[in-house]
Structures are given as C-alpha cells and as structure tokens.
Design a protein around this ligand. Structure first.
Ligand code: NI
Length: 269
C-alpha cells in the first residue's frame, strides 16, 4: 500500500513541477524581464536631483599625460573616473595607485582594447580577469565598473559580465570626439554644450589636446554650477524617473555606439 501511495506522491509531484516549472520558460516573462535588467546593468547617464556629473578618462594611464591630469584635478579638488587598460596598468601601476590614493575611481576598460562584440566569452573573461587583477595589484581594490572599448558589446555579454564580475556597464552621454584631436577649444566647447545634470562625460587621458582643454573646461563647468563625482557616486545618487528609464531618453551618442554589430562606430573610445 505504501508503495502505491509513494508512487502517487511521485506522480503528483511530477505534474506540479511540470505545470509550474513550465511557466518561467514561456516567452512572455522573458520578454518583460529583459528591459528591466537592461536598465539596471547599463548606464549612459544617471537621473539625479542636483547638478552632479561624472568626468571619465579612457585608455590610460599615460606615462606623461595622466600625471599632468592628476595635477590639474588636484588643483580643482575634482574626483573623476579612469577607465584604464590592464596592459597600461601593469606598465605604470604607480600612476594608477596615485590616482586611487587621490580619490579617483579606477574602472576597467579591458586589457588591450579589443572589440567585445566579436569575441568568445572565454576571451572576454580573460580580458576582464587580467585587468581586474592588474587594478587590484596596483590599488588594492577591484573595479566595479566596466566600459566596453568602442562602446561595442552584445546584450548577452552585458548580462554575463554583470553576473560573472558584478560590473555595471558604463557608456556615456557626452562625447567631445577628442580622439580625433580637434584641438582643445573644440573639446571644451563640445563638453560645455552637451553636459547636463547626471551626465557621464567621455574623454581620453592619452591625447595632449584633451589634457590642455581640461583646466578651462573644468573652470567653466564649475562656473555653470556643476559638481563633480565619480561614476559610482553618481550611480548611488540615482533618483526614480517617471515615466520611462532615463537611459532611454539620454545618451544619443552612446546609443549610436552601443549596437554591437557596428565595430568602430566610436573608434576613439
Ligand atoms: Ni577606449
């Protein structure tokens, strides 16, 4: 008797498992879940209640230019975020250590600046792990943010990276195209024109014109009332947005660069 009862319980359990287990696998919940997760993982800008912005500098550190930039930032009492390349960190760990010591955020921009949209997950893992280790060796702290080279990354990679490394994926909404070396005055005017509260400003500490543009750019941003924070600080300030996530409305430049199938759409990042 007990065997039949056991059999009945087994069958009943199986039916319940199949019936309820099938539900999450149906396409409808997956579709509704994706955009919610997307908004949480990737940021072009942040909706904040206040004049806060994050200046970001990619592709360094540079042996000569990054220390110059650090001097300028120290003189202005401004904290920024560096999206560094792991291979450059191992060449100049002392510069990265100084930046971290002076209150700047050190974030990952990959090991050697490849196009993530065209890579296997194994290669992505290697690029990120080596950079994570290099930053940790230089600063004693692991990064929490990642910016894909060229802004090029697939949806699958974004979520995989977030799950595997815990990184938020940071793009930008202000792009002065400083990698084209248009001259300091143009870099400055583009940043001043496009920056608004919650902006994430993209530039590079490997181009002399960008460093040359910074003292006056920072002066004029300050004169407009902007206050400078790191990207992690900006994320922590995020305030609720209605009716749609801000990421949909802002970031026209980054939105252009974001589609994974367009390599080199933002060659300077
Ligand atoms: Ni870059």
């Amino acid at each position: 008797m007990s065997i039949y009862r056991l059999l009945f319980i087994c069958v009943a359990t199986l039916i319940i498992t199949v019936a309820f287990g099938a539900e999450p696998a149906s396409p409808t919940p997956r579709e509704t879940r994706a955009p919610t997760k997307e908004a949480k993982v990737t940021f072009n800008a942040v909706h904040v209640d206040g004049p806060y912005i994050a200046m970001t500098f990619d592709d360094g550190p540079s042996a000569t230019l990054t220390p110059k930039l650090l001097d300028i930032l120290a003189a202005h009492h401004i904290k920024v975020t560096f999206f560094v390349l792991g291979e450059n960190v191992t060449e100049h760990p002392e510069i990265v250590a100084r930046a971290a010591r002076e209150g700047h955020e050190i974030a990952s921009h990959s090991w050697s600046h490849p196009n993530f949209a065209k890579m296997s997950l194994e290669s992505v893992r290697s690029q990120l792990q080596r950079t994570d280790d290099a930053i940790n060796n230089a600063t004693g702290k692991r990064p929490t943010l990642f910016r894909p080279p060229y802004g090029s990354i697939t949806e699958r990679e974004k979520h995989w990276i977030h799950d595997e490394f815990g990184y938020d994926v940071i793009l930008w909404d202000v792009d002065p195209l400083d990698w084209k070396r248009p001259g300091p005055a143009i870099v400055r005017s583009r940043i001043l024109k496009e920056t608004r509260p919650g902006s994430i400003v993209l530039s590079h500490d490997i181009h002399p014109g960008t460093i040359e543009a910074m003292p006056s750019t920072l002066d004029q941003l300050e004169a407009k009332g902007f206050k400078f924070v790191t990207v992690s600080e900006l994320l922590a300030m995020a305030s609720p947005v209605t009716p749609y996530p801000k990421a949909e409305a802002v970031g026209k430049t980054a939105a252009k660069a974001a589609p994974p199938a367009v390599p080199g759409s933002s060659p300077g990042d």
